[in-house]
Design a protein around this ligand. Structure first.
Ligand code: FM0
Length: 326
């Protein structure tokens, strides 16, 4: 039977999703906004099979146990939502340096959603695909689209989905991101654990949610005005507020490593020299620099001189998820 192959790209949030209002349906407390990147993606194929159970190959290795059941339970959600009973052979390859702290769950679940729904013989609207991907991992709902993408929190499964910013068609914001791999160490606290602890115990969390509302309005205005300085300032402030909630949790925790602070100091040094460069961070010690696309190679060289042992991965805005010929 025919194989269906999808490609979906990683996205990096500029206004963060950090906490679930509903764990089962993965409904967030606030809207978030991300940039889909061109360089990092997952390629997933799905083939209908007559076997009684799904199979899953990841980066050439047949999966079993928890890795297989994570995919099977997600496919069960897709089958329940779409009425399909079809079992699938899934084959995924990650072109995402997960050791670099670039999460592959967003691109992974977005690609899995597209390939599986095609293999079920379904032609679904993007909004439905975004809702379905959200059930695998919250940020995956944003990887359905390219460029700047907003995840509208909604209030339930039907109303929580991502939409691309109109600015993607209307303005040409010259933006790039440089991922600084300060540590390839596996993080001690997963994003799922981290956000659950913070939501449940951090007195700073409600203030973070409130500030996301104002930050989101301001960053969308800055994107429309092609004001990358403002976009960088807001994104950096929002990321730091997200990480501040973790320090106020019980038990407190932080994703920062000493190398993280060294990288941040280097970015601040460049800024003091007049370069436009800001940073964001996710659930890990690595730092993502926000800069102008046309200055990205210069900024990378300046940062490499300050951080000679740090691997740096440059990426530009990327496309939405799509079905490709296998
Ligand atoms: O991407 C962002 O908005 C910010 C974060 O990357 C962390 F900084 C959260 C990503 O969380 P995700 O992996 O989507 O969690 P899930 O719903 O528990 O699977």
């Amino acid at each position: 039977m025919q194989t269906y192959t999808a490609i979906a790209h990683t996205n990096i949030a500029l206004i963060k999703y950090w906490g679930k209002k509903d764990d089962k349906f993965i409904i967030p407390f606030n809207n978030s906004l991300s940039l889909t990147l061109d360089r990092f993606y997952t390629k997933t194929s799905a083939q209908p099979i007559t076997a009684a159970t799904d199979s899953f190959v990841l980066d050439g290795q047949a999966q079993s146990g928890a890795a297989l059941s994570k995919v099977t339970s997600f496919l069960d959600i897709l089958r329940a939502e779409t009425g399909s009973t079809q079992r699938l052979a899934i084959n995924s390859t990650n072109h995402v340096p997960t050791a670099a702290g670039l999460a592959s769950s967003a691109s992974g679940f977005a690609a899995l959603t597209l390939a599986s729904c095609a293999a079920f013989g379904l032609q679904l609207p993007r909004r439905t695909l975004s809702r379905l991907a959200r059930r695998g991992s919250g940020s995956a709902c944003r990887s359905i689209y390219g460029g700047f993408v907003e995840w509208k929190k909604g209030q339930d499964d039907l109303t929580s989905f991502a939409t691309p910013l109109a600015a993607n068609e209307q303005v040409d914001l010259d933006i790039a991101m440089i991922a600084l791999v300060v540590s390839a160490q596996a993080k001690k606290v997963t994003s799922r654990q981290g956000m659950a602890t913070t939501v449940a115990t951090s007195p700073f969390y409600p203030a973070f949610v409130k500030s996301c509302e104002t930050d989101l309005l301001a960053i969308k205005q800055a994107i429309d005005a092609q004001d990358l300085e403002k976009v960088g300032q807001i994104a950096e402030s929002n990321a730091l507020k997200m990480h501040a909630t973790n320090l106020g949790a019980t038990p407190p925790f932080s994703y920062f490593l000493p190398e993280t602070l060294v990288a941040i100091a280097a970015i601040q040094q460049l800024r003091a020299k007049g370069f436009l460069c800001y940073f964001t961070m996710d659930a890990g010690p690595n730092v993502k620099v926000i800069c102008r696309g046309q200055e990205a190679l210069k900024i990378q060289a300046e940062l490499q001189a300050l951080l000679p042992n740090t691997e740096m991965l440059l990426a530009y805005p990327g496309p939405g998820a799509k079905i490709v010929n296998s």
